[in-house]
Structure formats: structure tokens, C-alpha cells
Design a binder for this molecule. Structure first.
Ligand SMILES: Cc1cc2nc3c(=O)[nH]c(=O)nc-3n(C[C@H](O)[C@H](O)[C@H](O)COP(=O)(O)OP(=O)(O)OC[C@H]3O[C@@H](n4cnc5c(N)ncnc54)[C@H](O)[C@@H]3O)c2cc1C
Length: 496
């Protein structure tokens, strides 16, 4: 197939120029974005190479693995542990359903960890095969830029190999950061948390984001005492405030001790464990302290100075709407650009890149109505605008529909935990602007709602949809009465 670069008028470059470079595309980083972009580019007929650091579950500046964060130390291993921890509550709930669990129920952490590691090794192999099946040339080593069309790969033995390419794609992702407090080396990040030798009996988690909340749920579900520290009043900044309050209540209901408005100031190693000091003068002993305080884009070692690729103040690669940097031959997708740091978004950006550069169809990633989930127990899932975002952006009124109910399963199990659902609607157009749910299966339900929002569904269309009975999901199509009407502030959208 002909190799076409159809960006900014670069239609049908001459054969002489095409053969000037060893590759049409060289990708640095074989995570979600890099693998997707390289496979799809190769399918369009491009000659593609990709480099990636050697594999290990715990990353470093020189350790990574094909598949990237999602597969090796993110979404996949985390969800395996979430599944593992959910059984604890299920066993409790089963008793009122007639299950007589008389014997002591033991949990074998090492077994689960081994199963998790086996799975990520299997997926690492699958990703390598996906690349080779697509005809993408794989190099193991650390990639760095040496020119606008030249990449150097430093292999494990230190050998440096250099390759030329018409286009270079940076897809190096991000890595967990540690706050600079005394004793910070005693804490772990999510990388190590997914590979702990022993299940902690006492865990302290610092952070209010989704990773912090998820690990708190995982360890609590497995029986640990968990103290969660975060700076704001509620965890999960950026999500709908009412839903954040529901999550906080549920976390407490499941036995997690919440410390809002607090930060850690010092960690000390003692015979009894890690002594954790807070800025409110509290002291707690823990077996494990997890810092889930944010991630930084992997840009430091890429030698961008050589060509002058522009970074923003967080160190992320600055790109235009097509993922192109200020250097026309260099592009970037995924977490390294710090746009919307989710696997499906990195995949979308990789797909759009391939379509734009090699598919003859310039395509911008579309960040509207991207659904996402927080896999705490029970999970939170959202799509579209939160109530606060809708009020900020709307010119007219916003109608808010809420439903808080005891899921049918709980009426027998006796668990005291409400499910909460919410729809945010534009009063004038009747368009549903946002949906949220905190309750069992929220992520599975929200994916379908996301399709409806992407199609521009109105509240009337939700209401005319027949429910599936008996289910929690049917509540989304039976929220008849408005909970409140709020005036919009009409401020223009400033970020995604
Ligand atoms: C604990 C955790 C849980 C998460 N859970 C979810 C979730 O449930 N849902 C969701 O959508 N997202 C989740 N994410 C986020 C998701 O993992 C990322 O958004 C996604 O992996 C980004 O893909 P990427 O391709 O940009 O980067 P990555 O997947 O990080 O890939 C970048 C790759 O580049 C490699 N690399 C870096 N520098 C170099 C170099 N110089 N040379 C060669 N290779 C290099 C790295 O080793 C890595 O493999 C989670 C993240 C974490 C940490």
C-alpha cells in the first residue's frame, strides 16, 4: 500500500523523500497510545518501528514493558485486585441469602498476586504479538530524540543504535511522583502497591484521587485497617460534589477511616512499623504507606533540548488538536501530553494520529462525553458534565434529577449502602448533559448511557426508554420528578 502523509498539504511525498528515512514512523513507548498508533499506522501501509524499556511490574526510568502502565501496573492489575477484594463483602452479603459459611474464611494474598503477575506477563506477550503481527519492528531499550527525524535507542548493555524516521511519536506516558517529606523513601507508589509481598494489616493512603480511593477500597476489602488522608473536604476532586459525598459515606460505611483536610508531614521507621505524622498532629502506625499524590509525564530523559520540543509547566508535551508538537515531524499522544489521562483516551489519540498522518483523514480526538469510573467499592462512574460543570457552562437553567435508593440485593443481605444516580439536563433543550452513578455495576451501566449522551439524547428519550426489570439501571429511565432547578452561570468552557 502506498505510504501517504496527508497532513498540512503533505500529499503524496515523492518516492525519493520516502526512501530518505529508514522508517515512516518511530514510536517511543509501547503503552496504550504507542501500541495503538503504531499498529494502526502499519495497517495504513506505513513502515513502523517502536521502542520500549525492558519489562518489570515495578517501573523506573529504565524499566517499563510492552503494554505500558494500563496492562502492567495500572488498570488491569488494579481491577484484578478490586475483583479479589470484592469477594469479602460478597461473602458477608451471602449469609442472609442462606449461605452458611461456618468455617473460617481465609484469604491468600500470595496466590492472588501470583495470578495477577501471570496475567500481566500473558498480556505483555499478547501486546508483543500484536505488534509483530502488524509488521511493526520492535526494539527493546530507552528511546531519545537526537534530531527532528532521528531517534537513538540505548539497549540494556549500553549499546546505542540510531534510526531515522519521517515522523516520531512520543508515547512515553507518566510515572507516580512522591511528595518531598522526610522519610518519603519509606512509602510506596501504586507500582509497588500492585506487587506487595505481604498484604498490609495497617495501611495509610495519602491522596484524594481515584488511585488513592481504589487502593483504600482494595486493602479494606481484604481486611486491612485503612486510613485515607486527603487535603480537601471530600475525595475525588473534579467529580460531581454530591457523588463525592456519597463515595465518602460509602468508604466510611465499609470501614475506611477518612482524614479530610489533612496532609502527611513525616514518616519514621520504628520497630512497630512506619510512624506517620500529619499536619494536624496525629500519629499513626502503619505497615504500608501509599503515596497516590499524582503522576508526572515521562519527558525528562527524552533529550527534547536537542530539537526544542515545547513542554508545559507540568513537563507535559504541548501538542495541537491533532497531537502534533511545535516540531512538525514530532507528535505526542497519551499521558505524556497530560490531556485526559485514561487508557481509552490514549487509544483514541493513537487512532486519530494514525488516521491523520497515514490514513489520509485528519482527525481530532473528541474529548466530549468521555465516560470513566472509579473502581472503589461500590464503584462510581460518570459521563458528561457534573452538576457544578453544567452550572458553570450553561446559559439557561439546569434541571437536576437524582435517585437514591436501597438496591434490591441489600434488602435481603441487610447491607446499609444506598445507590445514587443523577442526571443533569439542559432545561431549554432537554438534552442530558451528564450522568453519574455510585453503586454496584456503575461502570457497566454507564458505558451504555455514554452512547446515549454521545448521540445527544434528551431527557424525554430517556423517559420513553423501557427499563430492564428488576435492575438498578432502570432507575435511569424512571427519574420522573426534578430534584432541583438551578440557574446556569453561562461561563464558556475553558478546559476539557
Ligand atoms: C494504578 C493506576 C490505575 C489506573 N487505572 C485506570 C483505569 O481504571 N482506567 C483507565 O482508563 N486508566 C487508568 N489508568 C491510567 C492509564 O493507565 C493511563 O492513562 C494509560 O496507560 C496511558 O497510556 P500511555 O500510552 O499514554 O502511557 P503508558 O501506558 O504509561 O505507556 C508509556 C510507555 O512508554 C515507556 N517509556 C517511557 N519512557 C521511555 C523511553 N525513553 N523509551 C522507551 N519507552 C519508554 C514506558 O515504559 C511505558 O511502557 C491507571 C493508571 C494507574 C497508574
Amino acid at each position: 500500500m502506498a505510504r501517504k502523509m496527508l497532513v498540512d498539504g503533505e500529499v503524496n511525498q515523492s518516492t525519493a523523500e520516502e526512501t530518505q528515512f529508514e522508517f515512516d514512523l518511530f514510536v517511543i513507548g509501547a503503552g496504550s497510545g504507542g501500541v495503538r498508533a503504531s499498529r494502526f499506522s502499519a495497517q495504513y501501509g506505513a513502515k513502523v518501528a517502536i521502542c520500549e524499556l525492558p519489562f518489570h511490574p515495578v517501573s523506573s526510568e529504565v524499566i517499563g514493558g510492552v503494554g505500558g502502565t494500563c496492562v502492567i501496573r495500572g488498570c488491569v492489575p488494579k481491577k484484578i485486585l478490586v475483583y479479589g477484594s470484592t469477594f469479602g463483602g460478597e461473602i458477608e452479603d451471602a449469609r442472609n441469602y442462606g449461605w452458611e459459611i461456618n468455617e473460617r474464611v481465609d484469604f491468600n494474598w500470595k496466590k492472588l498476586l501470583q495470578k495477577k503477575t501471570d496475567e500481566i506477563v500473558r498480556l505483555n506477550g499478547i501486546y508483543k504479538r500484536l505488534l509483530s503481527n502488524a509488521g511493526v519492528k520492535f526494539f527493546e531499550g530507552e528511546g531519545r530524540i537526537v534530531g527532528p527525524n532521528e531517534v537513538e535507542v540505548i539497549q540494556i548493555d549500553g549499546t546505542k543504535l540510531s534510526y531515522t524516521a519521517k515522523h516520531i511519536l512520543i508515547a512515553t506516558g507518566s510515572r507516580a511522583q512522591r511528595p518531598d517529606i522526610p522519610g518519603q523513601e519509606l512509602a510506596i507508589t501504586s507500582d509497588e502497591a500492585l506487587s506487595l509481598e505481604e498484604l498490609p494489616k495497617r495501611a495509610v493512603v495519602l491522596g484524594g484521587g481515584y488511585i488513592a480511593v481504589e487502593f483504600a477500597s482494595i486493602w479494606r476489602g481484604m481486611g486491612a485497617t485503612v486510613d485515607l488522608f486527603f487535603r480537601k473536604e471530600l475525595p475525588l476532586r473534579g467529580f460531581d460534589d454530591e457523588m463525592r459525598a456519597v463515595v465518602a459515606k460509602n468508604l466510611e460505611g465499609r470501614g475506611i477511616i477518612l482524614h479530610h483536610g489533612q496532609n502527611l508531614t513525616e514518616l519514621l521507621k520504628t520497630e512497630a512499623g512506619i510512624k506517620v505524622r500529619t499536619d494536624q498532629g496525629e500519629e499513626i502506625l502503619a505497615d504500608v504507606v501509599l503515596f497516590a499524590t499524582g503522576r508526572a509525564p515521562n519527558t525528562k530523559r527524552l533529550n527534547f533540548e536537542a530539537v526544542g520540543v515545547e513542554l508545559d509547566r507540568t513537563g507535559a508535551v504541548k501538542v495541537d488538536e491533532f497531537s502534533r508538537t511545535n516540531i512538525p515531524s514530532i507528535w505526542a499522544v497519551g499521558d505524556v501530553t497530560n490531556r485526559m489521562n485514561l487508557t481509552p483516551v490514549a487509544l483514541m489519540e493513537g487512532t486519530c494520529f494514525a488516521k491523520t498522518v497515514f490514513g489520509g483523514k485528519p482527525t481530532k480526538p473528541d474529548y466530549d462525553n468521555v465516560p470513566c469510573a472509579v473502581f472503589c467499592i461500590p464503584p462510581l462512574s460518570v459521563v458528561g458534565l457534573s452538576e457544578e460543570q453544567a452550572i458553570e457552562q450553561a446559559n439557561g437553567d439546569i434541571l437536576v434529577f437524582t435517585s437514591s435508593f436501597n438496591p434490591m440485593k441489600n434488602s435481603i443481605s441487610g447491607r446499609q449502602e444506598k445507590t445514587m444516580m443523577k442526571l443533569v439536563v439542559d432545561a431549554e433543550t432537554d438534552k442530558v448533559l451528564g450522568a453519574s452513578m455510585c453503586g454496584p455495576d456503575a461502570a457497566e451501566i454507564m458505558q451504555g448511557i455514554a452512547v446515549a449522551l454521545k448521540c445527544g439524547a434528551t431527557k424525554e428519550q430517556f423517559d420513553s426508554t423501557v427499563g430492564i426489570h428488576p435492575s438498578s439501571a432502570e432507575e435511569f429511565v424512571t427519574m420522573r420528578s426534578v430534584t432541583r432547578r438551578v440557574a446556569g452561570k453561562g461561563k464558556l468552557k475553558t478546559n476539557l
